[in-house]
Design a protein around this ligand. Structure first.
Ligand SMILES: [Fe+2]
Ligand SMILES: [Fe+2]
Length: 191
């Protein structure tokens, strides 16, 4: 699957070692968000529904995208609120981004539900409403991560201490360990 410009567009897992430098991990995750946006638009525009791609997108939203939003909401943004100086004027930016997270989470839930429904009943065409939500999610997400890349990450690189970044790294790693343990637990229950 190749995007305009010839770059491969896949939702590849990020290397776990990148978690040691959590701000780089977040930046790499933002690149995957661009891929996710491209794939959402591809699903919305496709003449024929691609169930494999739809499942990939739904799974990614439910797992890694949610991890990312929690990384920022629960860890990165609170750290930055504490460390930023008044002249950084970052609090309104973080409040705006938190509002966008809430909107994106609502759209993401609708996308996952809509895609899973079509996967279960592939004879039904995609509704115009779901196509609209997929396109809107992609457009909104692109603006969001451009703002984070331009303002939030550069400021965090300057203001967060080495200890902050080590704590952030540990929290992000723990979040992923907990999700994987939950998944393993539910798969055992299903056996
Ligand atoms: Fe965000
Ligand atoms: Fe982000």
């Amino acid at each position: 699957m190749t995007a305009p410009g010839g770059r491969l567009q896949r939702l590849e897992p990020l290397p776990a070692r990148l978690l040691a430098t959590p701000l780089d991990f977040i930046l790499a995750d933002h690149h995957r968000h661009r891929v996710l946006c491209y794939l959402c638009e591809k699903l919305a525009d496709a003449g024929e529904f691609d169930t494999v791609l739809a499942a990939l997108v739904a799974d990614h939203i439910e797992t890694e995208l949610m991890d990312h939003i929690f990384d920022e909401e629960q860890d990165l943004f609170p750290l930055l609120r504490r460390r930023a100086k008044p002249e950084d004027d970052i609090k309104p930016v973080l409040a705006h981004l938190a509002g966008e997270h809430a909107d994106d989470e609502k759209r993401a839930t609708k996308i996952v539900t809509g895609l899973r429904r079509i996967i279960a009943y592939p004879d039904k065409p995609m509704s115009a409403a779901l196509q609209r939500i997929l396109r809107k999610f992609a457009a909104s997400e692109r603006r969001h991560l451009a703002l984070e890349n331009a303002i939030v990450i550069p400021l965090a690189k300057v203001r967060l201490t080495a200890k902050d970044q080590a704590d952030l790294s540990e929290r992000m790693a723990a979040r992923r360990r907990a999700r994987l343990a939950d998944t393993a637990g539910s798969e055992d229950d299903a056996d």
